[in-house]
Write a protein that binds this ligand. Structure first.
Ligand code: FE
Length: 197
């Protein structure tokens, strides 16, 4: 999905061309308006950005009971903070530890937890990321600036409509006593995908 309605067809990928044809058809049939589509895109770009996920992570860092609920059944635990809706079902949260690093990919397409991370970055949807993260995660992570120690196990999670993964990063060291709000600002989108420590 792209907010750009003005790209020339030659600049679009096959999927983008199909999406645009569908969009134009829906508009022509009077089923949606261009303003409605722009509003949906804007909502997902601005209001439903990774800040939602960061709030979930920070809450888990400060509240052990919440963390337990989150790891046991993520969808209702995330809903406790008011996040859910389209592409936010069947959430699974996987926890990083000193010995395990988790990373998320969608090998089939680009399944992604919109309700907590907003829209996926372009690289997440790219064929090289999708293929290589499964085949050689350690090498690809290193190329992306995320060095994982050799003794740390890497677990790669393949997202789908049945399970959308969110990584719970390790709480940064020396942050005891930090407010939940301050912790929230330390959580990055990339850490919640697992391409950053
Ligand atoms: Fe997918």
């Amino acid at each position: 999905m792209s907010g750009d309605h003005h790209l020339r067809p030659a600049e679009l990928t096959a999927v983008e061309r199909r999406a645009r044809a569908l969009e134009e058809l829906l508009i022509e049939k009077g089923m949606v308006t261009p303003e409605f589509i722009d509003r949906v895109v804007e909502t997902f770009s601005n209001d439903l950005g990774p800040m939602n996920g960061a709030k979930v992570v920070a809450r888990a860092w400060v509240d052990p009971d919440y963390k337990q609920r989150l790891l046991a059944d993520a969808t209702p635990a995330i809903a406790e903070l008011g996040f859910g809706g389209p592409e936010g079902d069947h959430m699974v949260v996987v926890e990083n530890t000193p010995t395990v690093h988790n990373v998320v990919v969608c090998t089939l397409c680009s399944c992604y937890p919109w309700s907590v991370l907003g829209l996926p970055p372009n690289w997440y949807k790219s064929p090289p990321y999708r293929a290589r993260m499964v085949r050689e995660p350690r090498a690809l992570l290193a190329e992306m600036g995320c060095e994982i120690p050799a003794e740390t196990e890497i677990r790669v999670w393949d997202s789908s409509a049945e399970a959308r993964y969110l990584v719970l990063p390790e709480r940064p060291v020396a942050t005891e006593g930090e407010s939940e709000e301050a912790l929230t600002s330390m959580v990055t989108r990339d850490a919640m995908i697992g391409v950053q420590r």
